[in-house]
Design a protein around this ligand. Sequence first.
Ligand code: PLP
Length: 403
Amino acid sequence: MTFDPLGAIQDMHVFGEFGDINPSISDASTFTFMTPGKMRELFDHEVEGCYLYSRHWNPTQRALADALAALEGTESAHVVGSGMAAIAVTILQMCGQGDEVVASRTVYGGTYALFANFLPRFGITVRFVDTGDLVAVAAACTDRTRVIYCEGLSNPLLEVADIPALANLAHRRGARLVVDNTFSPLLLAPAQLGADVVIHSLTKFINGTSDCVAGVVCASRAFIAGLSDVNSGALMLLGPVLDSARAASILKNLHALHLRMRKHSDNALFLAQHLEDRGVEVHYPGLASHPHHERYKRLASGDFGFGGVLTLRMPTVEQAEQLMVAMQEDRIGFLAVSLGYFKTLFSPPSHSTSSEIPKDTQDAMGLDPAMVRMSVGLDHEIGRTWRRLSTCLDAVLGPRKTA
Ligand code: PLP
């Protein structure tokens, strides 16, 4: 069967209570039963189309979760209150006291902190490695390794995970591969490449309007049922489910994701090429100079380009800071963390979204304090944006010398 996530989402006809063309927003924490027997049955095992309590499931969450399962081509999914909640419940469902995780050292700073500082409190050990080095990954695995964890496109260096190779390695060791696909919805389809669980922070591209935090876990039917098991599910028992009103608004935004990703990618490629031509060091998988350019082309699932995020490096931290102030003043975008918004957002990862990663690890992975991560917006005329950016660069670096 060919993988056609957009076709699958388009074919979903989920009606509201009165035939509304959007699903109704389930405005209830709890649901009635006709008989105590039915209630007992539902507490014993899930019954399709029946709901008991909104920390477990409700119809609006279900509509968004089904669309996201289709997006990733997994059997099932569940939606949660943030990307971090998605990561935390997944790992806590898979690992217990004495278990181990082998994680990429190039992950979002919050993930790094969860793994390095928080999970050890529950007896879960995480080893950070360069997941581009399969020998190092294999060497870090032991009999207690339950999970290999990476980001499809890593934050903020845009490294491309070799998902088929990592999945193969994980499965040979009796472990499972979990991929955070937040930077690359529609661009990479980790589950189609062998990953067992795919996570997103919906806060970013999938929602696209930077008005809420949310997350999703996409996986097999058995894994998602396990997460919401009333006796042992990390999601059911820790409780970070997504509110219905937000689930409904994210679902509406999801329907334009393909158009947005294409435009984010086109705009980011344009800026990346012009920055590189101007002599600025840029990390962007769409550039032939990126070490994983060919790998990306091999693994990319559709025609949505190379993603909306690039990371550039200025000669000094002061110049990086001056550039961000100038870009904000020139209305290129906002000096703010996060990504996937319709406006450009930029931040210095070393001092913000990756600040939780120790300095020596930042050095080892090539993260420089003078780097600026840009989530490129949906600007209609990116040439105009480049002219402004070029002026900012001239102001900070001095006009470019021509031969
Ligand atoms: N994963 C990645 C790659 C991220 O960049 C982030 C946040 O920046 C998260 C997960 C966490 O998501 P949230 O802020 O929705 O909890």
